[in-house]
Ligand binder design. Structure first.
Ligand code: ATP
Ligand code: MG
Length: 560
């Protein structure tokens, strides 16, 4: 890289991580832009310090010269530069290596150069070719001919988040990342698709479409997922069935607990699972028959006990009636078919492992599992996403280390089920699963990719565990602030670009990207069904309405 070509000035002041550069020529000041790359000569031979322009200023300094009345105005053209790393000419046999550390800080009067044209693309290629098997996401905005590559290991190791306002290009970015990952033979990922918009991606290699059963999905097919109630932890089922405001709630909870324990015990005894029998708890995912539990509770609700003057009402007489009604109404709620379906196959002891194979299997043209949640009632969504998150975590945790295969969980529309403000029981239970994955998932090879249009509404603990940010256009100041706070301090004004990014453009910051960069994300070959509607053009066509009756019927049937 020749440096003499584009000298722009000299270092004027230095503080940790930042320098100001005095620009020699006013024309240069007019041509530089925030986020361009600056190369600064280092005191160490063979090394150059790399920085990003964060501010461009023209400062007027009043200088009172003795004996004169009018102070003379001195104009100073300066730019502020964030130091981001070091370019080393040669390390062993490798040439032009970029490191994200600073071995030295620039000295005052060190020469500064602007990277442009061929030099820039050479440099960006250096940055990108740092890993052997990169995850290509797009091209750099400042140098369109250079590919923007991420380190795929680091991207998933330290969790990632993809944020941006509605229509900024998150789903397309996800599709691009999935497309690149499905080229890997043993890719393993689960995508929570809340609107069924990723269905077209079924065509990708190593990708499978799954759907949480809707009200009219009766029989089981390989692609429909049922999550029978017995998979719920005790707290989860309690949050689903118990009305906390009922004065008898503690009695109901206690009775439910006892009944579930004895129902599970009976099943284990019946199957001769002695080892499990010794260690099982109310939480153990063991199938039990809810009707038996219900019968047991009903018995207690109507139980008469011998008293001094003949039979009298038992201790729980009538105290469980409302609970029984609630349970029955849930059981018959068609929308909850995926939980309470009476299909006897779902009572099989082996069903749990079949389900987990569906979620975690890879190879054989499986790998990315797109789970369509579009028919799950929105009020219990957090409970169900949380359940799946918890099951994945637990199975990974209990898997022998040498058999464990890393898996990534992509959570689209995460603000809906990983919320910052918890409203009730379901949300809390669901959130715990994701907090756990965010905090401990790395140890068990589980990565979280949090995708949301409202980062301000996403849980802070989960967001703060993410080491990689793909931030797309964000217009809302509240959301911008959340992201600004998560970006490293040294980046200064980088986040100010958030509101002015183009559709499909992202700021990528974090472990996986050597340099904080502005990237134009590649269009995915197969696009999610999230296309933006052209209202004006659509209204300008000659169309007749035909879909309303069918839509009304679909709403009744709860099925498209
Ligand atoms: N990389 C890209 N290149 C070109 N156009 C894009 C790109 N990404 C997105 N778009 C355009 O923006 C539209 C919206 O993108 P997308 O559905 O990904 O937004 P989103 O951020 O997921 O929105 P929402 O939060 O509402 O789900 C797309 O239909 C497409 O027209
Ligand atoms: Mg989207």
């Amino acid at each position: 890289m020749k440096e003499e070509s584009t000298s722009i000035g000299k270092v004027q002041s230095v503080d940790t991580g930042n320098v100001t550069v005095l620009i020699s020529d006013e024309n240069i000041l007019n041509s530089v832009q925030v986020n361009q790359i600056i190369l600064i000569r280092s005191t160490k031979t063979g090394e150059k310090i790399i920085g990003l322009i964060s501010k461009i200023l023209r400062k007027a300094i009043s200088d009172k010269i003795e004996g004169e009345y009018e102070p003379e105005q001195i104009i100073e053209n300066v730019i502020r530069v964030n130091l981001v790393g070091t370019l080393i000419k040669k390390v062993g046999v490798e040439k032009n290596i970029f490191k994200r550390t600073l071995n030295t800080v620039p000295s005052i009067d060190a020469d500064c150069f602007l990277l442009q044209g061929k030099e820039l693309s050479e440099f960006m290629t250096t940055i990108s070719s740092n890993t052997e098997n990169p995850l290509r996401v797009g091209t750099y905005t400042i140098s369109e001919e250079s590919q923007a590559n991420l380190d795929g290991n680091k991207f998933f190791q330290r969790h990632a988040t993809i944020v941006g306002g509605t229509g900024s290009g998150k789903s397309w970015t996800v599709a691009t990342i999935l497309e690149k990952s499905t080229a890997l033979k043993s890719v393993n990922g689960v995508l929570f698709d809340l609107h069924g918009e990723y269905k077209p991606l079924e065509k990708l290699d190593n990708t499978q479409l799954l759907k949480i059963a809707g009200p009219s999905d009766d029989g089981r097919t390989p692609n429909t997922i049922f999550l029978p109630y017995w998979l719920l932890s005790y707290e989860e089922i309690e949050s689903l069935l118990l009305d906390r405001s009922d004065t008898n709630a503690p009695n109901q909870s206690r009775k439910l607990f006892d009944s579930i324990i004895s129902a599970k015990k009976a099943v284990l005894e019946n199957l001769g699972k002695d080892e499990v029998l010794n260690n099982f708890t109310v939480e153990s995912p063991i199938p039990y028959n809810l009707n038996d539990v219900l019968e047991d509770i009903e018995k207690e609700d109507t139980k008469m006990v011998p008293g001094a003057r003949g039979d009298k009402q038992g201790p729980l007489f009538g105290k469980l009636t409302r609970f029984i009604q609630r349970l029955r109404s849930k059981q018959t709620d068609k929308r909850l078919n995926f939980l309470f379906s009476s299909d006897s196959e779902l009572q099989n002891y082996e069903y749990f492992s079949q389900l987990m194979k569906n979620l975690l299997d890879f190879g054989n043209n499986k790998g990315i599992k797109i789970i369509d949640f579009s028919e799950v009632p929105s009020d219990i969504l957090p409970l169900i996403t949380g359940l799946i998150g918890r099951l994945i975590f637990s199975v990974q945790q209990w898997m022998e280390e040498d058999k464990r295969h890393p898996v990534a969980v992509f959570c689209d529309e995460a603000h809906l089920y990983i919320p910052s403000n918890i409203k009730g029981g379901y949300e809390e239970k669901g959130l715990q699963s994701f907090e756990r994955i965010a905090k401990e998932g790395r140890k068990y090879g589980i990565s979280l990719v949090v995708i949301s249009q409202r980062p301000a509404d996403v849980n802070k603990t989960v967001l703060s565990q993410c080491g990689n940010f793909v931030a797309m256009r964000l217009a809302n100041p509240e959301d911008q602030n959340v992201i600004k706070r998560l970006f490293p301090d040294s980046l200064g004004g980088f986040a100010d670009l958030l509101p002015i990014l183009d559709v499909g453009e992202a700021l990528i910051v974090g472990d996986a990207s050597l340099l904080p960069s502005r990237v134009l994300i590649d269009k995915p070959k197969i696009q999610p069904k999230s296309a933006t509607v052209d209202f004006w053009d659509e209204w300008d066509t000659n169309k007749k309405s035909t879909g309303i009756t069918d839509a009304v019927e679909a709403l009744r049937k709860q099925q498209k």
